[in-house]
Design a protein around this ligand. Structure first.
Ligand code: PGA
Length: 251
């Protein structure tokens, strides 16, 4: 890994009640020790956010949401705005996860608006991008990543670019147990950095770019040991406090 501060995020998806969130955090925060040199972020469902913020108040762990709407308020049934998140102490938000793109038809043009709203609210965006298995097999990985980066970051000012965290998550590796090899992950992360560098090379060298897709305690060290890979967005293995802690320690 480089001099960029390692970044480890737990994406719980639609899992854990408030009680389960408390149980996880009491164990995780209790065992965390000194991880002050790393950014550790837990992303529970909306209903657990306030509890999670409260439970992590005296710990280095920060809390992120898994989605938000770009508008400040309005007739958007079922949605949550940036100020609603900041008002309860949430500090970051996942945007454009492949499940949201595929299952909820989230588009790059919506994500471009969300990124601007997140940054102007002072939240840290964790932008997910990645190719499908077919796209990789057809040799389109770079084209897909470039298209997503260019469209999603289109309206972001140069000065704000380095505040974005990008998670490269090949869709074929998410929840499948089929991890990208460290070489594949590093190659793609390096490509993402090179596309950002076309906009601003200083921002690209400061930006944290993570790998996500079946990261587990058993493969974390070899993935996170790669120079280009600045951390991980962890789904399944982040539901268990001991497993997520082992991944954080491996970074
Ligand atoms: P996984 O999920 O670790 O369960 O593959 C990663 C993600 O979807 O962010």
């Amino acid at each position: 890994m480089s001099e960029r501060k390692p970044y480890l995020a737990a994406n719980w998806k639609m899992q854990k009640t408030i009680e389960e969130t408390e149980d996880f955090l009491d164990r995780f925060v209790g065992d965390i020790g000194d991880l002050s040199g790393k950014d550790i972020v837990v992303c529970p469902p909306f209903t657990s956010l306030a509890t999670a913020v409260d439970r992590c108040r005296r710990s280095p762990v920060r809390i992120a949401a898994q989605n938000m709407h770009h508008a400040e308020s309005g007739a958007y049934t079922g949605e949550i705005s940036a100020s609603m998140l900041t008002s309860i102490g949430v500090e970051a938000v996942i945007l454009g996860h492949s499940e949201r793109r595929a299952l909820f038809c989230e588009t790059d043009s919506e994500l471009a608006l969300k990124l601007v709203a997140v940054l102007s609210a002072g939240l840290e965006p964790i932008l997910c991008i990645g190719e499908s298995e077919d796209e990789r097999e057809e040799g389109q990985m770079e084209e897909v990543l470039r298209r997503q980066i260019e469209a999603d970051l289109e309206q972001v000012d140069e000065q704000a670019l380095s505040r974005i965290v990008i998670a490269y998550e090949p869709i074929w590796a998410i929840g499948t147990g089929k991890t990208a090899s460290p070489e594949q992950a590093e190659e793609a992360v390096g490509f993402v950095r090179s596309v950002v560098a076309e906009r601003d090379s200083a921002a690209a060298s400061q930006m944290r770019i993570l790998y996500g897709g079946s990261v587990k305690p058993g493969n974390a060290e070899e993935l996170l040991g790669r120079e280009e890979i600045d951390g991980a967005l962890v789904g399944g293995a982040s539901l268990d406090p001991a497993d997520f802690l082992a991944i954080c320690e491996a970074a």
